[in-house]
Design a protein around this ligand. Structure first.
Ligand code: SF4
Length: 361
């Protein structure tokens, strides 16, 4: 396995790489455009490079390092890709087509070190951090599968860093990938179309606030009290709610006009979904006077997780209580549940509906 991953190089790094190979500078631009804009997956497909150069490049680097193992298609059109890295670590990505745009949910780690009890990924533990190239490649693989290599996407693409892993524990690779993905001569998906979700790494929330052209922020809350959150999301013992929400308050200073950040609240039947807990949540957010909205996410059940989703009427009255206390709340529709592609279900498992073995493009 060659070490350099072309998809994870910024334009400046690619120029340096090409210079070291003794090639003229304009070759860097040709390679960047081919990989990041036309989404080429092999040097063979970059036909404006001389054959000898393609051979030379293949000796030093690789365009595609992720191997597509399986693709699952949900009855609602959502697609889940199970890929493997060069060292055989699972990587999962989800493509969610919507009327006006597509959303790609990418992973930042293979597995996850955090132990959220409602999440299947937690059961894998941390296998390793993904590289910037492996994060970028996930977007390329999903877009190529939906629209074919080289074809311009017909709709806008939004990205959410809500797949496997805690993105803020792989911060540098994440930020680098976001810079590469946003390049106007590449995929050109700007940070404003990207949302990154954290389980609550408070210091990173503060760091993110200071970054120009940063992505949007979502925070997974899951509980209105420390007692329950310690149980559901043990990371809370390190950064309890008040500390987390103080960091959010600081982050609020960096919001642009009209921008809000999001709290994600997974709804677990009989665990965190009572009227009393809705009031506690509203009081908590109001006490910190945060300009945020709450997304209520019905839990996606998966064996052996011990939870069931809250019934629809329960979710609705929870939402109404939040709204009545001035907290904007929305109910998120689960997507891709049947193929284990929904939130909290990514654990490199196979699923019953359409599974198509396919080579990466
Ligand atoms: S919910 Fe997110 S942070 Fe928590 S274990 Fe799952 S992947 Fe990790």
């Amino acid at each position: 396995m060659t070490q350099t991953q072309i998809a994870g190089l910024t334009k400046a790094e690619l120029s340096e790489f090409v210079r070291e190979l003794g090639e003229p500078a304009y070759r860097a631009q040709q390679i960047f455009t081919a990989v990041q804009q036309r989404r080429a997956r092999s040097f063979d497909g970059i036909t404006n490079l001389p054959k000898e150069l393609r051979v030379k490049l293949s000796e030093h680097t690789a365009v595609s390092t992720l191997r597509l193992e399986s693709r699952y298609i949900s009855t609602d059109g959502t697609r889940r890709y199970l890929m493997k890295t060069h060292d055989d670590r699972p990587v999962e990505t989800v493509f969610i087509p919507e009327e006006r745009r597509d959303t790609i949910c990418f992973s930042s780690q293979s597995g996850c070190p955090l132990q959220c009890t409602f999440c299947l990924t937690a059961q894998l533990g941390l296998l390793r951090n993904l590289t910037a190239g492996e994060i970028v490649e996930q977007i390329i693989v999903a877009l190529n599968d939906a629209y074919s290599e080289g074809v311009q996407t017909p709709r806008g693409t939004n990205l959410v860093g809500m797949g496997a892993g805690e993105p803020f524990l792989n911060f540098d690779a994440l930020l680098k990938a976001i810079r590469i993905i946003g390049d106007a001569e590449g995929l050109h998906i700007v940070a404003n179309r990207i949302t990154v979700s954290t389980a609550g790494i408070a210091p990173r929330i503060r760091e993110l606030a200071a970054i120009p052209n940063r992505p949007h922020l979502a925070i997974s809350l899951a509980a209105p009290t420390d007692e329950l959150r310690n149980e559901l999301m043990p990371i809370n013992k390190k950064w309890p709610l008040d500390e987390l929400l103080d960091a959010c308050k600081e982050f609020e200073q960096s919001l642009k006009p009209g921008e809000r950040f999001t709290f994600e609240y997974v709804m677990l039947k009989g665990v965190n979904d009572s009227n009393e807990q809705a009031r506690q949540l509203a009081n908590l957010l109001n006490r910190h006077s945060l300009r945020a909205k709450v997304n209520l996410i019905p839990h996606n059940p998966a064996e052996p997780l011990p939870y069931q989703p809250s019934p629809e009427e329960r979710v609705e009255s929870f939402r109404e209580i939040l709204e009545s206390k001035g907290v904007q709340a929305f109910v998120r529709k689960p997507r891709g549940r049947d193929i284990l592609a929904a939130c909290g279900q990514l654990a490199a498992r196979s699923a019953a509906p359409v599974s198509i073995q396919q080579q990466p493009r």
